[in-house]
Design a protein. Structure first.
Lengths: 270, 432
């Protein structure tokens, strides 16, 4: 019977381990999940290793070394359905801040012996190297969204993950808008839903850990941030955190850095 | 002619992050032992430069998904040191409560999911659950209770959002905190039972003369603060850390190796060190269990670290219950006010795996100009290698497979967090 269970593989590249830990954090559901799916490769959790091909592969972390770039191609070839879990795998993660620096100079500064280190100039999303079947966002991912992805896979349907903004989640939770009511800078209007609007719920502005939502109006938000008194250098940093490699955040941070005028259609509202 | 043997593990299982092990023996001598860490570096100290000092807690949390509180709190303490403020009273109690949550969550992950399968003879906890369903289910529930503390105080378990320089963004309501009580009481009793069970298992014999290093505090078992102490009589302020320990970049590891600057000797951080140096300040139930388990004044067998980790889970539950019961009213303000001033600040806490040290310099605008963070796994690396050397030397008669498994378990004794260790590389190199 166990032979008929679909197989699950979990791989890690440059990352903090937090997203794969989310699976082990499903304390109430873990044993039920393993009744339906066979863990074939998950080094953090088991010594057992079963070679591919695997039915469902979860990939955490970004591609930052030549070896990793090779390895992800092999993993893709051995995976029927490949899902990236979290900001690192989906947009390059916090370590994509290196994309704005001269990496050779950077390595020399950081290491006593740079010759020991092999690294790529950029921290890349998995999708920059291989086709990805589904991307789960967040730094970290939400474990219930992970369970939804696994359930959807088991039932052969598309995962139901909202592509709305944090703003919409915040309104639905009945929270007071921290930007309107307190003048607190917030990335909620341009950030992908999924966390449940945690930060505004704690009286702080969203810091964008789920990355940009679909069609965000970042230039419009930047205008609002400026009105609130946030200086330009801070606005640049505001977009450059855990999803700095995501196009919408990267482009807006570069536009802020260069001082270019907003694109015409952006208006003044996010 | 002597026979050459190599014992290798190309990808260590049930540790956090990517590491490998290599041992080479010639005849009856161990010639080479390497714990190599090939996890890709992420240059945290590099990109912290130029960031606002208030961003450090959220950025450094991303070093480790298992112990983010250690980073958020270490960074906050260093920044508070820079601002000349000390968080105490109710806010400090809430911080200790949050940290108890992290100890419970992280220790339970290690005890039940990563380490215990070795002693019960299974490849993983899920497989062990077939024969030991209650043990695994209770372990998962203990872990969940730790996470529920983090969820309440931090907003979520991994990379909590509610902790900041000066305290919290929003203080929890006393009712919500009191709501933890029932689970905590269950967790305390369940953990005591597991600690007694662990005392009945057989552990491999290995006792080494470690220099234990941990924080020490006159009034409490150290979690959120203290001075640097050691089994050889070290007593120093956190700001002296860089004089006492030196990090070195070695070819086989992307994590720096750390040792005492004066003697060049490696040291031991983590539960065994905390236990040895703070035995008198264990909570009542934890002390009783340690006594009953016959752990003595100090435990020098790293294989028994699972017992000490379990006793620290008991301690964290007792402390959490005390702090929950003491939280009668939310503080007037969730955080202390502060003003940055140019200079260098220091902070250190007891992460689940040992001391996690932070040092930051900032300029007049509050931007970080230099950062250094040393996680405990970095410090423990040479000690793990020394353990492996002695273990292999003492067990040369074992067949390769058995010896390899022994070595893997010996590495897991430390709950090494490779993700942590790799993300810290010294940035003290001259930039000119």
């Amino acid at each position: 019977m166990s032979r008929e269970k679909p197989t699950l593989a979990v791989f890690k590249f440059a990352s903090c381990d937090g997203c794969q830990l989310s699976l082990l954090d499903c304390e109430d559901e873990l044993l039920a999940v393993t009744n339906r799916i066979r863990i074939a490769h998950f080094p953090e959790a088991t010594r057992t290793r079963i070679d591919g091909p695997w039915d469902l592969t979860l990939v955490e972390g970004s591609i930052t070394t030549p070896q990793a770039a090779e390895e992800i191609r092999e993993i893709r070839r051995a995976s029927k359905f490949l899902v990236t879990i979290g900001a690192c795998a989906t947009t390059g993660g916090i370590q994509a801040l290196r994309n704005f620096a001269d990496i050779e100079e950077f390595t020399r500064q950081v290491y006593a012996h740079p010759e020991y280190i092999e690294t790529l100039a950029t921290s890349d999303a998995i999708s920059q190297h291989v086709p990805v079947d589904f991307e789960l966002r967040g730094c970290p991912i939400d474990k219930y969204q992970l369970l939804e992805v696994i359930s959807a896979f088991l039932y052969g349907r598309r995962p139901q993950v909202s592509s709305a903004s944090v703003c919409e989640e915040c309104k639905r939770a009945g929270q007071v808008c921290v930007m309107v009511a307190h003048g607190t800078p917030c990335l909620g209007p341009v950030t992908h839903a999924g966390c449940g609007a945690l930060c505004p719920g704690c009286n702080r502005g969203c810091y964008g850990c789920f990355g940009p939502k679909e069609t965000p109006n970042a230039p419009g938000l930047s205008g609002q941030l400026e009105t609130l008194g946030m200086d330009r250098a801070t606005r640049v940093r505001f977009y450059r955190t855990f999803n700095t490699g995501a196009d919408a955040f990267r482009e807006e941070s570069e536009r802020q850095e260069s001082g270019a005028a907003p694109p015409e259609e952006s208006g003044n509202r996010p | 002619m002597s026979e050459t043997r190599t014992i290798e593990v190309d990808y260590l299982a049930r540790v956090e992050g990517e590491g490998a092990m290599y041992v080479r023996t010639e005849g009856d001598r161990v010639e080479e032992v390497k714990l190599s860490i090939f996890e890709a570096p992420r240059f945290f100290e590099g990109f912290l430069r130029g960031r606002d000092f208030r961003e450090a807690p959220d950025i450094t949390a991303r070093i480790c998904g298992i112990c983010p509180i250690a980073y958020q709190m270490g960074a906050s303490l260093a920044m508070e040191d820079l601002c000349g403020i000390t968080v105490d009273g109710v806010l400090q109690d809430l911080r200790r409560l949050a940290y108890c949550g992290e100890w419970i969550e992280s220790h339970a992950l290690h005890v039940f999911m990563l380490h215990l399968p070795d002693f019960l003879g299974y490849p993983d906890a899920v497989t062990a659950a077939k024969d030991h369903p209650d043990m695994v289910r209770n372990g998962l529930r203990i872990k969940k209770i730790g996470n529920s503390i983090l969820r309440l105080l931090g907003g979520r378990e991994i990379h909590p959002v509610n902790l900041r320089v000066g305290g919290f963004y929003r203080a929890p309501s006393p009712d919500a905190v009191a709501g933890l009580r029932e689970d905590l009481s269950w967790g305390l009793e369940a953990s005591c039972e597991v600690a007694d069970f662990l005392a009945t298992l057989d552990y491999p014999n290995l006792e080494r003369d470690y220099e234990f290093v941990s924080l020490v505090h006159p009034d409490e078992y150290p979690i959120t603060h203290g001075r640097l102490g050691s089994s050889s009589g070290l007593d120093a302020a956190i700001r002296d850390y860089d004089d006492i320990f030196t990090e070195e970049h070695v070819a086989h590891s992307n994590a720096l190796h750390s040792h005492r600057s004066d003697s060049g000797e490696p040291v031991f951080m983590g539960p065994l060190a905390r236990f040895a140096l703070n035995r008198d300040r264990l909570t009542p139930r934890a002390a009783e269990l340690a006594e009953r388990a016959g752990l003595g004044a100090a435990c020098r067998n790293p294989f028994r670290s699972i017992q000490v980790r379990m006793i620290e889970i008991v301690l964290a539950f007792e402390e959490a219950l005390r702090l929950v019961d003491g939280y009668r009213a939310a503080p007037a303000e969730p955080a202390l006010p502060f003003t940055p001033r140019a200079g260098t600040g220091f902070g250190a806490t007891e992460a689940p795996r040992g001391i996690c040290y932070h040092r930051y310099s900032i300029d007049d605008a509050g931007l970080i100009t230099d950062a250094k963070i040393v996680p405990p796994t970095s410090v423990n690396q040479p000690t793990i290698e020394a353990d492996l050397r002695e273990l292999v030397q003492n067990n040369l008669d074992l067949p390769d497979d058995e010896l390899r498994h022994h070595c893997e378990v010996a590495i897991r004794n430390y709950d090494p967090c490779i993700s942590c260790a790799t993300h810290f590389l010294d940035l003290t190199v001259d930039r000119k």
